[in-house]
Ligand binder design. Structure first.
Ligand SMILES: [Zn+2]
Length: 189
């Protein structure tokens, strides 16, 4: 593996970490907090201004009882709110559900903050260390200290280690950080 292939691999890792759309982040927030089964309900709900449990059930194909359970769970996490209207003749309530956009927005924002912190930590790490690699063995990188311990020979094959130029990774990280910061600036206005 050549140095530029290793850089490519690192690049993909950084991409994966930071290139999530708003929807992806929304899905993973719901998945983590409420559970996988809540994702379809939350997505269906977020497409509409408001919806009844029956409408959600029809759209998602999830049983009405399960939809209700999920809606209450979403409500427990403050991710969904409702207004209810009483039918005067039957005395029954109809619930109109909606996604709590403010709450979702806050969660997405804090998620992005976390990604940004991780990218900055990673940048610090890349800038503060010197790396070595073995051209024969995959994407493994060794720090200067690790390389010194093995007398600058590959621990796997004994090949002489080569200096790893991480300036490309640093550039990519800096770009990602700038992108994310701009994105957060523009959405907070
Ligand atoms: Zn090797």
């Amino acid at each position: 593996m050549k140095n530029n292939e290793v850089v490519q691999l690192m690049h993909e890792k950084v991409q994966k970490q930071s290139k999530k759309t708003k929807n992806d982040v929304f899905v993973s927030v719901v998945e983590e907090l409420v559970g996988e089964d809540a994702v379809n309900v939350a997505m269906a709900l977020s497409k509409r201004k408001e919806a009844t449990d029956e409408e959600i059930s029809q759209e998602t194909g999830i049983r009405l009882n399960d939809v209700r359970k999920i809606l209450y769970k979403l409500h427990n996490f403050n991710l969904a709110t409702y207004r209810r209207i009483r039918d005067d003749s039957t005395g029954w309530f109809t619930y109109f559900w909606q996604i709590n956009k403010e709450r979702v927005y806050d969660l997405i924002k804090s998620r992005k903050k976390l990604v940004l912190e991780k990218l900055k930590e990673r940048l610090e790490y890349e800038k503060s260390k010197m790396f070595f690699y073995c051209p024969n063995d995959g994407d493994a990188r060794l720090t200067f200290e690790e390389a010194m311990e093995s007398s600058f020979k590959c621990p796997k094959c004994g090949n002489v280690l080569q200096h790893f130029d991480n300036s490309e990774i640093i550039k990519i990280l800096e770009e990602k950080i700038r992108e994310l910061e701009e994105e957060m600036d523009s959405t907070s206005k």
